[in-house]
Design a protein around this ligand. Sequence first.
Ligand code: ADP
Ligand code: NAG
Ligand code: NAG
Length: 332
Amino acid sequence: MSQLRLLKKPITNMSIPANSSATAAYDIVVVGSCMTDLVSFTPRLPKAGETIHGHKFFIGFGGKGANQCIQAARLGAKSTMVCKVGKDSFGENYIQNFKSNGVSTEYVGQTSEASTGVAPITVNDDGQNAIVIVAGANLLLNCEDLVRATNTIRSAKVVVCQLEIQPVISLEALKIAHGAGVKTIFNPAPAIADLDPDFYKNTDVFCCNETEAGILTGVEVASVEDATKAGSKLLEKGCTSVIVTLGAEGTLLMTQGQRAPLHIPTKNVKAVDTTGAGDSFVGALAFYMANYSCLDLEEMSRRACAIATISTQAQGTQASYPSRPQLPPELF
Ligand SMILES: Nc1ncnc2c1ncn2[C@@H]1O[C@H](COP(=O)(O)OP(=O)(O)O)[C@@H](O)[C@H]1O
Ligand SMILES: *[C@@H]1O[C@H](CO)[C@@H](O)[C@H](O)[C@H]1NC(C)=O
Ligand SMILES: *[C@@H]1O[C@H](CO)[C@@H](O)[C@H](O)[C@H]1NC(C)=O
């Protein structure tokens, strides 16, 4: 009954102006995925039908949405995650992980219809891997879940989405936010070639890596020049700014109606594990957009790069994300 009433309201209506509500509870809302990584280390990758023994195992927290949200929270942003996990031990543990990191779990749903998203990963002695992703509960995040979070999305400072949940849900979240004047960051990961054009129109900062820029534009990106070509194509599609992350080369920033593309190099470091570096970048950028809106996007990108680069100098995904007290004061 009450659900019907809720659904009848168009969820993009704009009766609640952005940032004016007394219940502006969170600076950053991430609508996205949670995944539990199950990582086995083995001498080699098993063949079909084969059983082999591994020598080490660990469970890690991942999922692009959750990674980004946790990086933002560790820097000090008031953050909440809109996502879905299973009614299983992985789901319970993930909820605890959010709480330990100061991320609100008000909009973390639990379903008995699917398991928590998992990624069993096998890594051999040469560092090659084989990965199975079972998105599970992530794909059950639905419109009703968004309706429940609508006022929170509308009163946020920044909303962040990716593509590890159903793309229509990410797009709807971006539309709700953009329609209410909330800044949006969209990270098209994993990339799909025929992305709905509305994603661009509802995005303030379109943040992708080289592979994703290539898939979305058909321009193979292997240099700053290539990234500039791809970036121009992405800007033409209607987002306000484009950031292409370039691994050890830093990032490229391009903004509508602004002079030259800006290559922002990052520190030269000895990277030990770059897994999740892109998510650290996106989470850090969201933090700066929410908490340091006085800075320009160039300076925000420079600082987000510095933070992502620090995350490459430690093992693990979320385990490598720095917190505010460990970071130099000039980043704040
Ligand atoms: N080898 C590296 N050395 C220094 N910084 C790195 C390195 N790899 C990644 N980074 C930092 O992480 C950011 C994102 O990395 P990138 O590899 O582009 O993302 P993704 O994780 O999506 O592949 C870069 O912009 C940079 O700041
Ligand atoms: C970010 O802003 C929130 C208020 O919305 C504040 O509580 C928090 O201290 C700020 N954090 C930083 C690191 O500036
Ligand atoms: C870019 O992100 C995709 C996920 O969308 C990932 O598979 C790929 O390895 C990343 N590419 C680079 C160059 O890091």
